[in-house]
Design a protein around this ligand. Structure first.
Ligand code: SAH
Length: 261
């Protein structure tokens, strides 16, 4: 059996992971946004979180990523983490005692404890904004059929879904949540990017974008965008955002109309 340290080292080849917290617990007080991920596949991290702007921000320590192998808390020689479902049925279920031990080994540091699950509350930009404004998150990634219900209740775990579809494991869902939150941390996207106008920020989908060439396969850039009249441009974009939202997302449109003064 690989020691957890070795498993982490394996993950590190994948990109820069900051494991300094594991050695220096004082780093928890750093004020940096901290993600802790509990997974059976630590080698999946940082994966996509280690590239581009998020990867650079990780190197610059604007946020940190701690990856913990649940199997470290597995039982017996084989480090067993799952068992057959009580009451029968297909597949395997992650044991409550193993999951609890993995959870209890993580420094909580005031962070929400989240289980990625298709049964959870659907993640939206408002929740992402809340998470980004907080100290970070502890994310438990399920595998198999899921997690023994008793640990969800005993540890008061919040369940979050990334959409009405079923993944094979919680890792990609955890990455999606982390990516959405970390890009909102000041300094991560750089000076030019604005997260104030993008989709969902005002309850609407974003207006369409255009750039050069001026003529693409006979299609010009809408004239109003090329004339430099900023109040006309703002009006055009607002109208486009409203039309798009009404057509594509009647659910969002209804909420938006209710909120309008
Ligand atoms: N039997 C479960 C699905 C298990 S999928 C059910 O029907 O509800 C295995 C793991 O993938 C889950 O434990 C969860 O951690 C993760 N997962 C799957 N779909 C997800 C989604 N839409 N959002 C977040 N996590 C998901």
């Amino acid at each position: 059996m690989l020691s957890s340290e070795k498993r982490f080292a394996k993950g590190e080849r994948n990109g820069p992971v900051d494991h300094s917290e594991r050695r220096t617990p004082r780093a928890w007080a750093s004020g940096r946004w901290q993600a802790s991920v509990l997974t059976l596949f630590p080698e999946m991290f940082p994966g996509p979180l280690g590239v581009s702007l998020l990867g650079k921000a990780l190197e610059k320590k604007l946020w940190s990523l701690e990856v913990r192998d649940i199997r470290e808390h597995g039982l017996g020689k084989h480090r067993t983490v799952d068992d057959t479902p009580a009451g029968g049925g297909p597949g395997m279920v992650m044991r409550a005692d193993v999951a609890a031990a993995a959870i209890d080994a993580v420094e909580r540091a005031g962070r929400p404890l989240i289980y990625l699950s298709p049964r959870g509350k659907p993640l939206d930009q408002a929740r992402v904004r809340d998470l980004a404004a907080g100290p970070g998150a502890i994310l438990l990634c399920g595998r198999f059929e899921g997690l023994d219900q008793r640990v969800i209740e005993a540890r008061a775990i919040e369940e979050i879904s990334i959409g009405d579809f079923v993944l094979a494991g919680g890792e990609i869902a955890a990455m999606a949540l982390i990516e959405a939150a970390v890009r909102l941390i000041p300094g991560v996207l750089g000076d030019h990017a604005s997260t104030a106008e993008e989709s969902f920020a005002a309850g609407l989908l974003e207006y369409p974008h255009f750039t050069r060439p001026q003529n693409f396969e006979g299609l010009p850039i809408p004239e109003v965008l090329t004339q430099g009249n900023h109040s006309e441009i703002a009006k055009y974009r607002q109208a486009q955002a409203e039309t798009l939202t009404r057509q594509r997302r009647p659910d969002l449109w209804t909420l938006y109309e209710k909120k309008k003064p």
